[in-house]
Design a protein around this ligand. Structure first.
Ligand code: GYE
Length: 320
């Protein structure tokens, strides 16, 4: 028996003695291999993770991978070497995880995927994934764009990080939604890497290629930050975002609510930045009484439009 395996027993004993559920987590240390800080949504997720860790008495070690998978893999290896009680990974890209996950599994350390999914031939290599339904998000915003354009629109698409599950899935969901409408087409599509500057740069090139933007009906950005970057590019080209070129995206960050309130964007699908909270809860339950979590702990996604944007902005601002 390793010293680690005595932790749940201690937890249960103290639970009986103190009668409080908070104690069991006192001893937990979690390593979080985070993507980076490419977007406002990502920064909020990190912030909420720290808050939830404090509430749940978890010691949280966060490593910033600067959007590189190799850095995340290194971080996971170091968490395994440190013998942490759980590992959270927000996987930059979907493939290439099996061998490092096997190392964590061999060391008996449960792994939770946060906000992005992976492709693996052996799902037993991770314990659970806490993510939104990113295919659904693409579908929802595609249906909405169809509605506000009378099913007729030449669309440019700003994709997220190449090979990341939200980029793959949001493209898929959006494509499914517009497939029903022959007059809706994606005429240009390129990655802006989920960043504001990437979104702006790629949008500038789309505008140049599309009759100074006059032939573009809408931009679909896989996240709000790229959408905000696109808004800047549209303005600099002398056009009106939200009117001349419609802007729809996904995340629900305050800046996008502000843009909608100002009439410069048309819709976003919000996903909760609280991915760590449900993961801590599941890890604590697993450690205290061996409760196996659901494989996919799904968080909700909600469509927002300009009609309620000002109120939603005021409500969210303090949280970010
Ligand atoms: O939408 C984007 C971030 O993985 C769901 O990553 C997350 C996405 C989010 O960079 O802003």
């Amino acid at each position: 028996m390793t010293p680690k395996s005595t932790i749940p027993a201690f937890g249960v004993l103290a639970l009986l003695m103190t009668g409080t559920a908070a104690f069991a987590a006192d001893t937990l240390t979690v390593g979080f291999a985070q993507v980076g800080s490419e977007s406002g949504w990502r920064a909020a997720e990190t912030k909420v993770a720290k808050q939830k860790a404090q509430q749940d008495n978890v010691t949280l070690k966060i490593s910033d991978a600067q959007q590189k998978q190799e850095n995340e893999i290194k971080a996971v290896r170091s968490f395994v070497a440190q013998g942490v009680d759980g590992i959270f990974i927000a996987p930059v890209v979907a493939t290439g995880w099996d061998s490092v996950l096997r190392e964590a599994k061999d060391a008996n350390i449960p792994v939770f995927l946060l906000d992005r999914q992976i492709e693996t031939s052996d799902p037993s290599l991770y314990t659970a994934a806490v993510t939104s339904d990113t295919v659904l998000e693409g579908h929802m915003i595609g249906d909405y764009l169809a509605k506000i354009t009378n099913n007729k629109c030449r669309i440019v698409e700003l994709q997220g990080t190449v090979g990341s599950s939200p980029a793959i899935n949001r493209k898929k969901g959006f494509g499914e939604a517009i497939a029903a409408h022959p007059d809706m087409q994606i005429v240009r599509s390129q990655s802006g890497d989920f960043t504001r500057s990437g979104g702006k740069q790629v949008m500038e090139s789309f505008i140049k290629a599309e009759n100074n933007g006059h032939d573009i009906c809408a931009v679909f950005a896989h996240n709000d930050d790229m959408g905000i970057g696109a808004i800047q590019a549209i303005k600099e080209a002398g056009l009106k975002p939200g009117t001349d070129i419609k802007v729809v995206s996904i995340d629900g960050v305050p800046d996008m609510f502000k843009a909608m309130a100002d009439g410069e964007a048309n819709g976003t699908v919000e996903l909760s930045p609280n991915m760590a909270g449900p993961a801590f809860k599941a890890l604590i339950a697993l450690k205290t009484d061996h409760t196996q979590p659901q494989k996919w702990i799904k968080t909700p996604s909600t469509l927002y439009t300009p009609a309620t944007a000002q109120a939603e902005y005021d409500r969210r601002k303090p949280l970010y």
